[in-house]
Design a binder for this molecule. Sequence first.
Ligand code: F6P
Length: 329
Amino acid sequence: MITKLAGLETIGVLTSGGDSPGMNAAVRAVVRVAAKYDLKVFGIRHGYHGLIHNEVKPMKNNSVSNIIQRGGTILKSARSQEFRTVEGRMKAAETIKKYNIDALVAIGGDGTFTGANILSKEHGIKVIGIPATIDNDIIGTDETIGYDTALNTALDAVDKIRDTADAHERMFLVEVMGRDAGFIALETSIAGGAELALLPEELMDIDDVKSQLKNMLKNQVRSSLVVVAEGDESGGAIKLAEQIRDDFKKYDMRVCILGHIQRGGSPTARDRVLASRLGAAAIKTLMEGHSGVMVGIVNGKIKITPIKVAVDRKKDLDHSLIELAKLLR
Ligand code: F6P
């Protein structure tokens, strides 16, 4: 027997910012678990942009059939400049009022949570966040939805690059996404056996990079692979290549930027399960009367964290993994 919570009859759900594989699984879980609690659900298309411009549609159990395996987001996503303005947020709050939405479930990363936090502060709207970004840079959860898939996509690419690098005894600089965080870069470098990883969290000057690589190669000609986080101080793989190419002439250096391929594709089993757990937890957390929080999983258990904390604090890389990467070189 499910008891209803006073003042919670209708919810809105949106996906915002950079899409990540597993967002659909999260939307599915939100819609289906909300239905179990007899809540009415509105899906908002194009994130906060759609909230401002009335892109609101009712969702039922069958609106989310056959989507758990799909990358991208059926609700579409956007990065809304208008929502950054007071006027934009005013319009968004009017839409929420117009549809009698009692709480908003915001699925996304840092920018999405910043938006949810301001909206709740300015207009007293109940919000709950579900962390979904390939960058994995949100505190309060061991992993964000989409990270595992993106990591495996990057690894698959690195394995393939290694084959051709090996055949030609070339050096490859492979740039991965992550904005200003090095999670994808660090774990791809460990799993892909890279010779070196350049991370925003670990400052290394160009002379260091050169000497570490030279030391590793010790004058033997063999393939080598450097994973470069897009947010690294070097400015990314192209800039790094410009600075070190002349020192490694015999390796016929190549650069490969993996880019948005890391955002697409069918979510891994881990991401689908994570998204399903977090979607369900978001609704249960709302039913318990919470708002202004995000749901995460820490050490296998659901954990709630104030959205403000998730926005204000940066998630650290696991330093033991940085050490491990060094030990394995
Ligand atoms: O936050 C996810 C992410 O893919 C980052 O890794 C990357 O820096 C950024 O989004 C790219 O954004 P856009 O798709 O708007 O170019």
